[in-house]
Design a protein around this ligand. Structure first.
Ligand SMILES: [Zn+2]
Length: 99
């Protein structure tokens, strides 16, 4: 499983309500694995994952941030790691690691 293959699986199996940009970047702080930003004006989601991580950790971060992105239509849940996010995380995990 390559990083880009995981993005394609997520796009097909857990589509988002906005266009999404996914970047592997070296611009995040050292202790940050990933970030998800929602731009409601431009109707775009930007997911960034730390390039320096091993692939398995990049995939974990991607799954984590994609679960946030799935909550883009629920601003009160978007930044939380609550039950809604947990369900989304599980769905993303299953999309990337099918049985
Ligand atoms: Zn999070």
């Amino acid at each position: 499983m390559k990083f880009r293959e995981a993005v394609v699986l997520l796009l097909h199996q857990e589509p988002l309500i906005c266009e999404v940009d996914v970047q592997l970047t070296s611009k995040l702080d050292e202790d940050v694995y990933g970030e998800c930003h929602l731009d409601l004006n431009k109707k775009r989601i930007n997911i960034m994952v730390a390039k320096s991580l091993p692939l398995v950790a990049q995939l974990d971060a991607l799954i984590h941030e994609w679960a946030h992105a799935m909550l883009a239509g629920m601003p009160e849940e978007f930044h939380k790691h609550g039950p809604m996010w947990g369900v989304c995380f599980a769905r993303c995990y299953c999309a990337v690691y099918p049985r």
